[in-house]
Design a binder for this molecule. Structure first.
Ligand SMILES: C[S@@+](CC[C@H](N)C(=O)[O-])C[C@H]1O[C@@H](n2cnc3c(N)ncnc32)[C@H](O)[C@@H]1O
Length: 223
């Protein structure tokens, strides 16, 4: 599918899919959205609830541009925490496309650190620092079978408008199984159908304030 580039409200660039009129991030700010939904309401919430945990196991559904991974790496390093990060992606972004994204510059990070996320091999653990390891898994979300292996899931698939099949009870059942007890899933969508599917598989749901110009988002906890 054709991909083009779009400058979002906070100056960070996202990928646009003209065929679906869909973006990888909010038009109002890619970095702002990622920080709010995944770092603040996901990572920080999990830590608040589990202050004794110094090593987080994170699963990202839709690795895409690697923005969430970069932000998590920066944040975990600031907090002195260890992270094992698994990113799942079926249609990887090409390195030539990565070079058009301005996240490293916007976040004051070395460009090489960002590009490296995309150059690393798939299907193996790669150590990016003493405290951060990344495993990129190239497959379809619907094939994932994990058993209580993760503390936190960043659910960042394309929206239910264009990929309703990825926001189904069947997929969320797999997400529920992938989490350890007290595990947390965060997502930018707060649609009623999404909420109902998450509840149906056993999650406890909270509807939270969304990132800039988006009213709500969801957090689901496996109690
Ligand atoms: C909203 S974008 C993700 C954004 C990503 N988290 C980021 O920050 O760039 C959704 C991602 O899910 C991927 N994707 C879509 N359908 C998929 C599927 N069935 N299995 C695996 N990945 C899929 C897309 O290629 C895209 O990278």
């Amino acid at each position: 599918m054709k991909r083009s580039f779009l400058k979002t409200g906070d100056g960070s660039i996202t990928i646009h899919l003209p065929e679906w009129d869909e973006q990888y991030h909010s038009k109002h700010g890619a970095i702002a959205e990622a920080k709010h939904v995944f770092i603040q309401e996901g990572f920080n919430f999990y830590r608040l609830q589990n202050p004794a945990v110094n090593h987080l196991r994170i699963l990202e559904i839709g690795f895409g541009t690697g923005l969430n991974c970069l932000l998590t790496m920066m944040h975990a390093s600031d907090q002195g925490l260890e992270v094992n990060y698994t990113g799942v992606e079926k249609f990887p972004v090409e390195l030539s496309e990565v070079k058009q994204l301005n996240y490293a510059t916007q976040l004051n990070q070395p460009i090489n650190d960002f590009e490296k996320l995309h150059e690393l091999r798939w299907e193996q653990w790669c150590k990016l620092s003493d405290t951060f390891s990344l495993f990129k898994h190239k497959c379809d979300f619907s094939e994932l079978v994990y058993d209580a292996q993760f503390d936190l899931i960043y659910f960042d698939a394309f929206g239910p408008r264009v990929q309703p099949e990825l926001w189904s009870v069947a997929i969320f059942k797999r997400m529920f199984n992938a989490l350890s007890p007290n595990g947390v899933l965060v997502t930018y969508s707060a649609k009623g159908d999404v909420k109902r599917a998450l509840k149906k598989v056993g999650f406890t749901i909270e509807r939270l304030a969304g990132p800039p110009f988006k009213r709500h988002m969801l957090r689901a906890v496996k109690l």
